[in-house]
Design a protein around this ligand. Sequence first.
Ligand SMILES: Cc1cc2nc3c(=O)[nH]c(=O)nc-3n(C[C@H](O)[C@H](O)[C@H](O)COP(=O)(O)OP(=O)(O)OC[C@H]3O[C@@H](n4cnc5c(N)ncnc54)[C@H](O)[C@@H]3O)c2cc1C
Ligand code: SF4
Length: 593
Amino acid sequence: MWSVVDTGCPTDPTGRLCPRRWPVLPGGRIQGPWTFMRVRWARRVPRTAVTPVRFDRCERAHRAAGPAEEPPAGPGRGTTGQQAVQGACEITGEESPVPHWLFGDQLGPHFLDPARGGPHRDAPLLMIESRSVFRRRRFHRAKAHLVLSAMRHRAAELGSRVRYVKADTYREGLREAVGDARVTVRHPTSHAALALVRDLPSVQVLPARGFLVTHDEFRSWADGRGTKSLRQEDFYRWVRQTHDVLMEGDRPAGGRWNLDHDNRQPPPRGATSLGVPAPYRPRESDIDAEVRADLDRWERDGDVAFVGEDAPRAFPATRREALAALTRFLEHRLATFGAHEDAVLSQDSTMSHSLLSAPLNLGLLDPGECVERAEARWRSGEAPLNSVEGFVRQIAGWREYVWHVYWYFEEQYRASNVLRHHGALPGWFSDLSPGADGAHCLSSTLDQVRSTGWTHHIPRLMILGSFALQRGWEPGAVTDWFHRSFVDGYDWVMVPNVVGMSQYADGGRMTTKPYTSGGAYIDRMSDFCGSCRYRPTVRVGEEACPFTAGYWNLLHRHRERFERNARMAQAVRGLDRLSDLDALLEQERERRD
Ligand SMILES: Cc1cc2nc3c(=O)[nH]c(=O)nc-3n(C[C@H](O)[C@H](O)[C@H](O)COP(=O)(O)OP(=O)(O)OC[C@H]3O[C@@H](n4cnc5c(N)ncnc54)[C@H](O)[C@@H]3O)c2cc1C
Ligand code: SF4
């Protein structure tokens, strides 16, 4: 039933104590420690049949022996497959360690773990800070700061093992650092970066890291569906089963896969805040001061331009900070994550959200450890199932799904535009500077993006994205705007979230329906409308809510397509009951952004 991966522990050749010697289930799936112990118990596998895991002793030995550093525990280790447990030297066939190139979103220790497809433990490392990346687009200042700070902090931690090159382009940086010598790199996270490294003959691409499911596993799941469309819910259930997450035997914990019903509550009546402990915030270091000075200088020189405000760094830039943020969330905020997950409060922008997307996307956290530690909180009775399932769904469901959709639908997916929306984003939206007399929900959300580069999911989807969809802005331009303006924005995560989920530009390849609403939904789920100059129920006239009017206008414009969608048909029929539809359409034709 079991086989065991021998990862060649440096201090324990027998592997008897080594936590990297994971039991492997049929199909090549590697069990994390928590699931391992539980599955062994559930299947009554005798204790003597497999070596018990002893993390503490052996992890210390690994750390002392080499730079692989605390690889995060959890199902994330199980990116599985024989290739995933080969080191770079085995893949490249080199005898001496090949230099390894670390991208700026591959900063956690697990990207360097030789036992999980990483480079040789003695491989010299290379990091390239490319100025042209910032010249190409007007990024949010906080995002530029975070990425540079995280890269420079990582370089400082790695010390003499890393060569840190500041260059105009990646090609130049690579040439300067290693000339034509062979280099390995982990599978990058964007089509453009993958094309670049594949185009360089001296670069060898190692398996991707930082996700629970491998490309091959996803492809066989997706191809196995035949003509059925891809659906996040089905994928999520499959991940839970195959990675044994929140399962009780063959059944979902608590008997239900989906606790969304418990997690869609409006904000508590009359409250201005959820009243939960604040999220973790890091303290800046000398490296941040140096980054700030560099960005100021580049801006003064007219070399680059940013949007958004400079402010003290609010998101983790190191593994240590990322772990502190995860622990704070798990211990103080996870329990209240679920119930008001979809609600928005104008005075409490973070509510009970984790704010972990930035460190996850920088590679500072592994999704496996987040999921596993959240599950452990439920199993020990410290967090309710609706909150834990809601959080696990975001990480093991949505985040994984979005990553794989990005690669599965290939590069042309980005250009999808089935609704034929070609509008340009107005200057105030691009510059994050809404006028004072605008819609309260929109101006308040844009204010938050301007000052922090972050909002939680519902403002992104049901305010910013929904507004862009209703106005008919070009999906590619909307994607670019989100990518530039958010601290956690990367191509792989923006393209499916914006093109697919928020703009429905793919016609439903990744979601079942367009996500948009009138003002009534925003009124129910937030406290914005009370102090807005518009009324959520008014469709036409001075007080007409732009979301309500925009919603009906959108349904009218795409009536034919939307009435073929079972989840939209009833809403479309509502058009027939609008006595003021002509006036509304006229008003929307005249509307200036
Ligand atoms: C239009 C739009 C743009 C988005 N852009 C990004 C982006 O650039 N980067 C990004 O990481 N997420 C993006 N998301 C997804 C989601 O809104 C953010 O991950 C989340 O709001 C980040 O805040 P948090 O860490 O507090 O999340 P929580 O609410 O605490 O959720 C936990 C984690 O789940 C993951 N997650 C949840 N939903 C998604 C999703 N749809 N896609 C990917 N991961 C998800 C994130 O890693 C997040 O940290 C976008 C969503 C929309 C609708
Ligand atoms: S009335 Fe409309 S525009 Fe104003 S806050 Fe409510 S939903 Fe937003």
